[in-house]
Write a protein that binds this ligand. Structure first.
Ligand SMILES: [Zn+2]
Length: 274
């Protein structure tokens, strides 16, 4: 799953390697996937993209946005696998593929589910509530992401839900998915099931600081060691709350792993306060 830090890395790589290239062809849903969502049909993608230059890329939440000179963009998010290779090394199993004038192809595959949208910003805001939310929020690594904003975005002062509910559901902080959440909560020494309303002011601040710290740390390490960049290279951030780990990396007591609010939570009942 591409989460916020990994989206930032892919964007940097697209800016480094694809910016300025012209798109010569596009294929969508070549290897059909039930849960790959598109905003238009093949012909419309072609009309919007072919013979157009890539002017750069940006990230909004977990959306990777590839900007095109005519005002359209390709907006990609969720469970994606990227590959940027010479055309002769391309594959057939992609759900979107861009052919460039440098003889290279950008292929993106869907694992569980993904958005592979194309359109102008206004069109995409109409087509996808996830995109609309992602482009309207303040990024956690921006200077404008204040403690006050964090409390407001997570509904901290009036939420009846748990920390997982507040931070990683309902697009409160787009791109902050289950994987990043578990690392943040381990760092903040708080349980995913702890009620938002039970946080002391100190704990609220700790949660805010851990959110920025972990997102930044994963980004600096070029992603988590379970995620891959444009060239298939894994990140260097060692995931602490990994399903492969049975014991807490800090106190060595057994970790708890359970399904909770649509995803597995992993936490240490000793280090993380409930
Ligand atoms: Zn522990």
């Amino acid at each position: 799953m591409i989460e916020i830090s990994e989206a930032k890395i892919i964007v940097e790589e697209i800016n480094m390697h694809l910016k300025g290239l012209t798109i010569l062809g596009v294929d969508i849903n070549h290897y059909p996937h039930k849960f790959a969502w598109f905003s238009f049909d093949q012909k419309t993608y072609e009309a919007k993209l072919i013979h157009q230059k890539i002017t750069g890329a940006s990230q909004s939440g977990n959306f990777i946005r590839i900007h095109i000179e005519n005002g359209n963009e390709i907006a990609l998010s969720e469970d994606l696998v990227f590959s940027y290779v010479k055309e002769e090394h391309g594959s057939d199993k992609h759900q979107i593929k861009l052919y460039t004038d440098h003889g290279t192809v950008l292929e993106v595959k869907t694992k569980l589910y993904a958005f592979m949208l194309c359109g102008t910003k206004d069109e995409l805001k109409e087509k996808s509530i996830y995109y609309k939310r992602a482009v309207s929020v303040i990024d956690p690594l921006s200077n404008d992401f204040s403690f006050e904003y964090f409390k407001e975005a997570t509904e901290m002062d009036f939420s009846k839900g748990s920390l997982k509910d507040g931070l990683a559901t309902k697009q409160h902080i787009p791109g902050l998915g289950n994987g990043t959440l578990l690392e943040i909560l381990f760092d903040a020494k708080l349980s995913p099931k702890k009620k938002m309303s039970s946080l002391t002011p100190d704990e609220q601040l700790r949660l805010y600081q851990s959110t920025q710290k972990i997102i930044s740390k994963i980004k600096e390490a070029q992603g988590r060691n379970q995620s891959f960049d444009l060239f298939g290279q894994p990140g260097r951030y060692e995931v602490l709350m990994s399903s492969k780990r049975d014991h807490c990396p800090s106190c060595h007591k057994p970790l708890i792993k359970e399904n909770y609010l649509g995803g597995k939570i992993i936490y240490c009942p000793n280090c993380q306060k409930g």
